[in-house]
Design a protein around this ligand. Structure first.
Ligand code: PLP
Length: 392
């Protein structure tokens, strides 16, 4: 008999009832160190006092009106994002998938309105992840996600990750945009080197193509800058964000330059809940915190310490781990042992990590994690690694 919850997830037998900073308490009273951060969502940790107070205050004032009316918190959040990024304008959503959908529609509409309606194709990369809508799975194209759900949305061209020649060959007069994660998350923490990001930008400019970045996982301070593309010194035309920007409240956004957004006039797109007062009040508090003095500097320092400690762990457990990858607090441990065995041993050692493709475990802790908590995480990961060694 089917479970009351549609069984699309293979869940660990853990149920958490309370969170506090980098810690999660389960229903057995155990305290776990959360190095998964709800898959890069809990940017400020659990139950951050400022977010709790902003959310409860807003809950007492107003939950929902509609995008039929002005929403002051939405305007403020848009202004903050515009102030701190390349973007001139923002569309708010409730999830990453919806931000991707807006990005894809915007790119096609741009060319439609600019005398090139034949430009409808979007180039994407193998191993990518862009959400689970038909547009999102068509964009990513992986067999595992699309099988049985056809026909796919047409117009996506998939090229191998890191294959510059294949990418150039895929560009035609029908290309509308290139969509890429600066660091693949689900794909196993695979970063696009800064040189290649620069190359992508140049390729787009030379060919009249829009560059869409999916910073849903790698953005919002995770790699020591507000958005990861700052690390390569380029800017996109369109960017999808979500996860960290709501700090745990469902919130996403599609950011764009005025030029890229020029086709999205009144009536072309919409959302009932997108940009609601609750989400935007929390979103304002998150971005204020992440852009406050010293916050990103902390991410850079503490992530350097985590990375170094993980290198040590790889050196002591060569039968379990083989490599550290990623940037900032978006790190991956490429495993020699089965990654799921390592994640499960972590549960026994009371530390949470997240599996990814390519036999990787991901570390995506709260951005305000302390140095002491990092040391504690390493101790627990060391225990987990020993348990895996003992069992093999
Ligand atoms: C999580 C994620 C998405 C999808 O976001 P949802 O909020 O689950 O819809 C898309 N792209 C990337 C890179 C992600 O990490």
């Amino acid at each position: 008999m089917v479970t009351a919850i549609l069984p699309t997830y293979n869940r660990a037998p853990l149920a958490f009832v309370k969170g506090e900073g980098s810690w999660l308490m389960d229903d057995q009273g155990r305290r776990f160190l959360d190095m998964g951060g709800g898959i890069a969502v809990n940017a400020l940790g659990h139950a951050h006092p400022k977010l709790v107070s902003v959310l409860t205050e807003q809950a007492g004032a107003l939950w929902h009106t509609s995008n039929l009316y002005k929403i002051p918190h939405q305007e403020r959040l848009a202004e903050l994002l515009v102030e701190h990024t390349f973007a001139d304008t923002v569309f708010f959503t409730n999830s990453g998938t919806e931000s991707i959908e807006c990005s894809l529609k915007m790119a096609r509409k741009f060319h439609f309105e600019n005398g090139a309606p034949e430009r409808t194709e979007i180039i994407t990369f193998e191993g990518s992840f862009h959400g689970r809508s038909l547009g999102g799975i068509s964009a990513a194209g992986a067999e595992k996600m699309v099988r049985g759900f056809g026909p796919m949305v047409p117009g996506f061209v998939h090229v191998p990750f890191g294959d510059h020649d294949a990418l150039k060959a895929a560009i035609t007069e029908k290309t509308a945009a290139i969509l890429i994660e600066p660091i693949q998350g689900e794909g196993g923490i695979r970063a696009v080197p800064p040189q290649c990001m620069k190359g992508l930008r140049a390729l787009c400019d030379e060919n009249g193509i829009l560059l869409i970045l999916d910073e849903i996982q790698c953005g919002m301070g995770r790699t020591g800058v507000l958005f990861d593309h700052e690390n390569s010194g380029i800017t996109p035309d369109i960017m999808a964000v979500a996860k960290g920007i709501g700090g745990g409240f469902p919130l996403g956004a599609c950011l764009a330059t005025e030029r890229a957004a020029s086709g999205m006039m009144s009536g072309t797109h919409g959302s009932t809940y997108g940009g609601n007062p609750l989400g935007c009040a929390v979103g304002c508090a998150v971005i204020e915190e992440v852009t406050s003095d010293g916050f990103l500097a902390h991410v850079r320092t503490v992530s350097g310490h985590l990375r170094q400690s993980l290198e040590g762990l790889v050196a002591t457990h060569p039968r379990v781990f083989e490599q550290v990858r990623g940037e900032g607090l978006m790190l991956g441990l490429k495993c020699v042992a089965a990654n799921l065995d390592v994640v499960n041993a972590g549960y026994d050692a009371l530390v949470l990590t997240v599996p990814a493709a390519d036999n990787v475990i991901r570390l995506l802790p709260p951005l305000n994690i302390s140095r002491e908590e990092v040391d504690e995480a390493i101790k627990r990961l060391d225990l987990a690694a020993r348990a895996v060694e003992g069992g093999t």
